[in-house]
Design a protein around this ligand. Structure first.
Ligand SMILES: CSCCC(=O)C(=O)COP(=O)(O)O
Ligand SMILES: [Mg+2]
Length: 240
């Protein structure tokens, strides 16, 4: 399996594309789970935390006077179901940011990822990230990796707050506008989730599916999207 596209921007999903799914579902979720309650308790005046807690209550149908314990129970349920709700992602992002700063978290990527990202940057491609993980969490996760600090590789970061849901065409149109792309075909989106690739293609982007061995979408039907097992199999011609 290989893919050839022409692009100026490469927009990257994280989970299942850059990192094994276990890096998010095991390492990061296990780190966040016991810290959600204490974080809410310890940051009562932080406007970001307050808004996230209000949004959890409203999204979960809890009354305004619901306790922190009720809110945490909802957050744990969302994590168990891997529901990528924005207020959960905001709170996780703050906790991960703290964990990376403390040196308690380090991101590990698939072996093909960092060499390919560096080569693409060197050839003049512009890299951006679109993940359900909050922008704060994304940036922190690139700051402490087994390959060092990779933050400089990425020009822009997008999440479900500043762009929108990953399975909706409008989110990709918003990202194209933010990147300043004159034509959507100047952008290629790399993801392991076919529904995300469908939305990007509806917005006129090039797409490449990642069917990585052992990952949840290894045997998925990628339909008309070209699919590869690793970044080594993607050939990107740089266009201006
Ligand atoms: C530190 S970023 C963590 C990524 C994350 O929380 C997540 O849910 C991954 O979602 P993606 O959209 O990248 O598949
Ligand atoms: Mg993914």
């Amino acid at each position: 399996m290989s893919a050839s596209v022409a692009a100026r921007w490469v927009v990257l999903d994280i989970e299942g594309t850059l990192t094994p799914t276990s890096q998010v579902h095991v390492v990061l979720y296990d780190y966040a789970r016991p810290r959600l309650g204490p974080w809410i308790h310890d940051h009562p005046e932080d406007p970001v935390v307050r808004k996230a807690v209000e949004d959890v209550k409203s999204e979960a149908g809890l009354p305004a006077e619901a306790t922190a314990e009720q809110v945490v129970a909802v957050l744990h349920g969302w994590m168990d179901a891997d529901r990528k709700a924005a207020p959960l992602k905001t709170l996780q992002g703050l906790i991960w940011q703290d964990g990376y700063a403390r040196g308690e978290l380090t991101t590990d990527y698939f072996a093909d990822v960092v060499p390919a990202l560096r080569a693409w940057r060197q050839r003049g491609l512009v890299l951006a990230v679109f993940s359900s993980g909050s922008v704060a969490g994304q940036v922190a996760s690139f700051s402490h990796t087994t390959s060092g600090d990779l933050r400089g590789l990425f020009a822009q970061h997008f999440d479900t707050v500043n762009a929108g849901p990953k399975r909706e065409r409008g989110s990709y149109e918003a990202i194209a506008a933010a990147l300043g792309a004159a034509r959507p075909l100047q952008i290629v989106f790399l993801s392991d989730v076919p529904a995300e690739l469908d939305a990007a293609a509806q917005a006129g982007w090039h797409t490449v599916g990642l069917a990585r061995p052992g990952e949840p979408y290894a045997d998925a039907d990628f339909g008309s999207h070209p699919a590869v097992g690793a970044f080594d199999d993607i050939d990107i011609e740089v266009v201006s």
